[in-house]
Design a protein around this ligand. Structure first.
Ligand SMILES: [Zn+2]
Length: 238
């Protein structure tokens, strides 16, 4: 029964709200202000949409508290996220789109394609687990890999990390990271995390240093590499 309901197309705007609530809070509560900021619309418009979502069965809403997705709303949000991330992968790998242009095009297309198209796309792409920015692609049943990473800005001096994903909504920041090769999969050594102004200095595998301000260091998510993983090259003499 729920599958039949879930297959009824929802409007672009409802879909964007469901994704935004999931993006801000997962299955927790997203406040009106957080949603207003994320969607770049006024708090009044957010409230008028949030009042409607419970009637559609997608979310619970409490004035002054915000909205929280129901299981059905979460499924719907993740269905769109799956489409979005597969489309981004397709645009990069098959249509030659620049990394910085994937997101906007995927935002438009995700509302236009069917589940059938999405699954054929997944098959064409070889069922990728991550999109080009390193974000996990939800499975068709709505499950998604847990993220075990943290922003580079929260790393400790001296540790070795691997870039797991990069924020990609800010085009200028993404272009900067791309130009410097700071993309998912890259290994870095954290040379300094300056408390004073949040500037993080890292060195890549070729020994090139990069100083990254707040915005950039907060846009890169990293996973630590255990000391036993000898991929850094020379091991230090004991
Ligand atoms: Zn995107």
């Amino acid at each position: 029964m729920s599958d039949l309901l879930a297959n009824k197309p929802i409007s672009v705007s409802v879909g964007d709200y469901l994704k935004a609530i999931w993006g801000v809070a997962g299955t927790g509560w997203a406040s009106t202000n957080e949603l207003s900021e994320r969607l770049s619309v006024s708090p009044a418009s957010v409230s008028s949409m949030l009042v409607r979502l419970p009637k559609m069965g997608f979310a619970d809403y409490e004035p002054y508290h915000g909205a929280s997705l129901t299981e059905r709303g979460r499924r719907e949000a993740l269905r769109l996220v799956r489409r979005h991330r597969l489309i981004e992968t397709f645009l990069l790998e098959h249509l030659g789109y620049p990394l910085t242009d994937l997101h906007d095009e995927a935002e438009r297309l995700e509302h236009a394609v069917s589940d059938e198209f999405t699954e054929r796309l997944a098959q064409l792409l070889g069922h990728p687990r991550r999109d080009p920015h390193g974000d996990p692609i939800p499975a068709p049943d709505g499950t998604i890999e847990e993220q075990e990473d943290k922003p580079l800005s929260e790393s400790e001096t001296g540790c070795r990390v691997r870039i797991s994903r990069v924020e990609h909504k800010d085009k200028a920041a993404l272009a900067h990271l791309k130009d410097r090769g700071l993309l998912p999969g890259k290994l870095l050594k954290v040379q300094e995390v300056r408390v004073l102004d949040g500037v993080v200095t890292v060195e890549n595998e070729e020994g090139t240093p990069h100083a990254l301000g707040n915005l950039l260091a907060g846009s890169i998510f990293v996973a630590s590499i255990p000391e036993s993983d000898g991929r850094s090259g020379q091991s230090k003499p004991a």
